[in-house]
Design a protein around this ligand. Sequence first.
Ligand code: ADP
Ligand code: MG
Length: 375
Amino acid sequence: MFEKKDQKQAGKSSELTALSELGEFGLIDRLTKNIQRFHPETLKGVGDDAAVIATGDKVMLLSTDLLVEGIHFDLTYMPLKHLGYKAVVVNISDIAAMNGIPLQMTVSIAVSSRFPVEALDELYSGILTACEKYHVDLVGGDTSSSVKGLLISVTITGTARPEEVIYRSGARSGDLLCVTGDLGSAYMGLLILEREKKVFQVNPAMQPELSGFDYQIGRQLKPEARTDIRNVLMGAGIRPTAMIDISDGLASEILHLCKQSKTGCRLFEEKIPIDPQTRELALEYNIIPTLTALSGGEDYELLFTVSQSDYEKIKDIEGITIIGHMTDNSGEKVMITPDGKQVELTAQGWNAWTSGLADKRTSGPVDKRTSGQAD
Ligand code: ADP
Ligand code: MG
């Protein structure tokens, strides 16, 4: 019955809303707006990097991520071992973003018949390597066939004392906006891999030119989660007021912090940490380097706010950069360029329904290996 109605409705497409109209965040908002909470133990549901559930004197953190072939990864250049590792790391990153310690996870896979058993052995060797590195117990999952391609869903639990948990919503006007590590390299890594894939498609005998870009490719294929930051900050006597991990790009994550905390923000372009080689490569690709950080994503660094009174404690910590501050004007979410111009921050975002992985790509410089130009 439903099917018939659906088909009928599909004919009247003017009354229906295309997924691409809402985008990922709009869709999540719409699907989750009528959720009811039945249990007081559910301290935080939808809207943060992980749900927070009361369990005695500690809370349980709970998060899940789904990776879909052709949308989140391309097996042409993503070795299965790395994919397994990355699938675990992106979940651990969500626990780190709540200031928790990861504990257990389940892994569910759907696999088409094109994969031999040995390929899945490789995937699991990456999964188990990450489990060992981050001390996470793999405690279950589910296995299914798929019509096409590979899907991996990981669900993870973590723990923290209730007062340690850091939400996206705790930032206040005047708080300093800080970021760990550097940004944009994972995106440049993706562009390099995409470029070499094109070369390979044109001429399979051609060897990919990947040497010299180890940092960028490593950031794309084998990211790490910043579980170390919890201890760094605790050791310095700093408790962030809000925190999120950078999976979609700096701009999008800052906007999440502003929305949940009901603040505005001022970000200073020249403060955004970008690896010098990534900066150079971006220019070669005709991309403004700042954009690799703002919209690239997949860096899995942490973005957090601290009270201004923590300035002295945080300013000299290696690997942490103050990039701006929060404001009380929730309408103001701006980046200040080096010449003093104000640019409104927008989430370039990720609209899986317009183009998937390709959305994250951009045309690179003319490459004579694919353009047909002679040497
Ligand atoms: P992250 O990038 O940290 O993984 P997401 O942007 O995927 O977070 O999700 C934002 C919030 O929406 C999270 O709290 C997540 O649990 C929730 N969420 C995402 N998709 C769904 C869904 N289909 N149903 C219910 N909640 C969802
Ligand atoms: Mg997250």
